[in-house]
Design a protein around this ligand. Structure first.
Ligand code: ZN
Length: 230
């Protein structure tokens, strides 16, 4: 087994061993640096085996990054699960700064976060008013958070709903699924049978979102972290 067969030639691999690390872990530090962190006792062969078993993941990540670079040339921006022509030069410039930076500055990230939050809020406001009147369920307040795992959350006593900004990278039809799910929680706090019956009345395929996320996991997570995590 040779490392050259696992890591693409334009990617630099860095290995950091530390006794505080409990597991082997792979992550891209930027477009060209792959970082492998490992517990101190792990030897070279074990590192190689780990890399070999994650070869598909590495290829998917590199492919996603190439997609970003490719779309940069076409001046497209990734929003709501697709590459779109965003005909606003200040946003285009911001996006290009973001893509070309080795590590985007806090200023770039903050501006981009504001852009994504504004886009998401505009969509959620209009979609929410549609679903609220159809379902006759109304949240007391809408807030936004940065959760990676929880796309939405409804507080059972206050009926406040919090949406994750991660939704700004997900197709609009799937955002609707999250909205329907959270509105249904106003009536049923838990995932009991009645809850799912209510959800299915308005959303025929509530599982589509999980399928989409599974398929787009690598790229979506990569982009989300690059935009929203400091
Ligand atoms: Zn739920």
């Amino acid at each position: 087994m040779n490392i050259k067969n696992i890591i693409p030639p334009n990617i630099q691999l860095k290995i950091i061993k530390n006794r505080n690390y409990k597991y082997l872990r792979l992550q891209f530090k930027d477009f060209s640096t792959l970082l492998l962190t490992a517990p101190k006792h792990i030897n070279e062969q074990e590192c190689l085996n780990f890399l070999q078993s994650h070869k598909d993941w590495i290829i998917t990540q590199v492919d996603s990054q190439n997609k970003i670079t490719y779309n940069l040339l076409k001046e497209k921006i990734f929003l709501f699960g697709e590459w779109i022509d965003f005909r606003d030069t200040s946003i285009q410039n911001l996006w290009q700064d973001f893509i070309t930076a080795k590590t985007p500055s806090l200023a770039i990230k903050t501006n981009l976060q504001t852009f994504y939050q504004k886009e998401l809020h505009t969509y959620i406001q209009s979609s929410l008013s549609h679903w609220c009147s159809l379902m006759n369920l109304y949240p007391s307040e809408i807030t936004y958070g940065k959760s990676i795992r929880q796309l939405g959350c409804c507080y059972s006593n206050s009926h406040k709903i919090r949406f994750s900004l991660k939704l700004s990278l997900i197709p609009k039809t799937l955002i609707d699924s999250v909205i329907i799910h959270e509105l249904a929680h106003i009536k049923y706090p838990n995932h009991q049978k009645e809850f799912w019956n209510l959800v299915l009345t308005y959303d025929k395929n509530p599982k589509n979102i999980h399928l989409w996320l599974k398929e787009n996991h690598g790229f979506n997570l990569y982009l989300y972290k690059r935009i929203f995590k400091n």
